[in-house]
Ligand binder design. Structure first.
Ligand code: 13P
Length: 337
């Protein structure tokens, strides 16, 4: 029997340039990528669809999207679209949020199994139990949780508005912030508002450590560091600025430095290179790679985007009773500016 030995890729090793990682990722001839992208744009028109893509999607998906942004920007876009079909290129809770605000529209996701470690860390039954025991507590849900969990909470937030949401929380009620402990800690530091924190974390941001970042800072002493608040505190302390992925675009545009270290998922680099030309963006490294991908986000591929628009599957559904209850905390968030 013929066997094939799979060599570990020469890319994705610490020391390789991330330009290599991102450029090699599609693993298909560029002319096929171009054809797939053209067909996706034609299908999009035929289906009267809008493509919303999170900043962590692959460059080739970002390039066919109508809107690329952070969780907050995408929520606004989803709430105001006139399209019949929303193809949400992100992870499941994001597409689910789009469905909650658009019950009559078809909401598709390229890969229905694109989950989230934060959403997995927060079980709806446990939140229901907490709610029953603490009826007076104001529960703030980071958008990275399931519709079932959102339905049990008072207000939703994203990393882009978490500080504002907590600042506007009723002063006379205790707060539970779920499910991201690191984001919750950061918001407490910024607002000085005590909160009980759920013990969840984003596995993608946990791989950035102060050791790997310090090494990189020594190599680029003049480069400022911008980090996502889902990073652990020791990493956030090494950053010059902590913000959502949308905030990173603003920071990189306004900061005069020519080289900037960006500590978040590697998909972010494509958007920065496109929208802030002339600067060098260095990704935060993990222990084994010069950059870091979210395995769930990268389950979406251009082929799956094509397939979703062709077949109008897989569709994201939310039970109506849950949807109605989850809508309220999302609407409260969307009203906060
Ligand atoms: P934002 O989209 O709020 O920047 O958060 C990124 C993220 O980690 C999504 O899970």
């Amino acid at each position: 029997m013929e066997t094939t030995t799979l060599e570990p890729p020469a890319i994705n090793r610490l020391g390789s340039s991330v330009a290599d990682c991102l450029e090699v990722r599609p693993m298909r001839p560029p002319e096929i990528t171009g054809r797939l992208q053209r067909e996706v744009l034609e299908l999009k028109k035929k289906r009267n669809a809008v493509i919303l893509a999170h900043n962590y999607q692959t460059p080739e998906i970002q390039d066919v999207a109508d809107f690329v942004g952070d969780s907050l920007g995408l929520s606004y876009q989803a709430s105001k679209t006139f399209a019949d079909v929303i193809l949400f290129c992100g992870v499941h809770f994001m597409a689910e949020t789009a469905k909650i605000v658009n019950p009559t529209k078809k909401v598709l996701i390229p890969d229905i199994n694109a989950g989230c470690s934060l959403a997995d860390s927060c079980d709806a039954d446990e939140v229901a139990e907490y709610r029953a025991k603490h009826p007076d507590t104001y529960i703030i849900a980071y958008i990275n949780c399931t519709a079932r969990v959102k339905a049990l909470t008072d207000i939703v937030c994203t990393s882009g508005n978490a500080v504002r949401v907590v600042e506007q929380a009723p002063k006379d009620r205790p707060i539970l912030f779920l499910p991201d402990e690191n984001l919750g800690q950061w918001v407490m530091e910024k607002t000085h508002r005590p909160m009980e924190l759920w013990h969840g974390a984003c596995h993608t941001h946990l791989v950035f450590t102060s050791e790997t970042l310090q090494r990189l800072r020594l190599q680029h002493p003049d480069a400022p560091v911008v980090a996502h608040p889902e990073c652990v505190r020791s990493v956030r302390l090494l950053a010059d600025h902590v913000c959502s992925t949308e905030g990173m675009v603003k920071f990189c545009r306004e900061n005069p430095s020519k080289t900037i270290i960006v500590v978040t998922e590697s998909g972010m680099l494509h958007r920065l290179r496109k929208e802030v030309p002339g600067k060098t963006f260095i990704p935060g490294p993990s222990k084994s790679c010069a950059c870091n991908d979210c395995g769930f986000m990268k389950m979406n591929t251009l082929e799956k985007v094509h397939h979703a628009l062709e077949t109008l599957t897989p569709e994201v559904m939310v039970e109506e009773e849950i949807r109605k209850r989850a809508l309220l905390p999302i609407q409260r968030m969307l009203e906060i500016r």
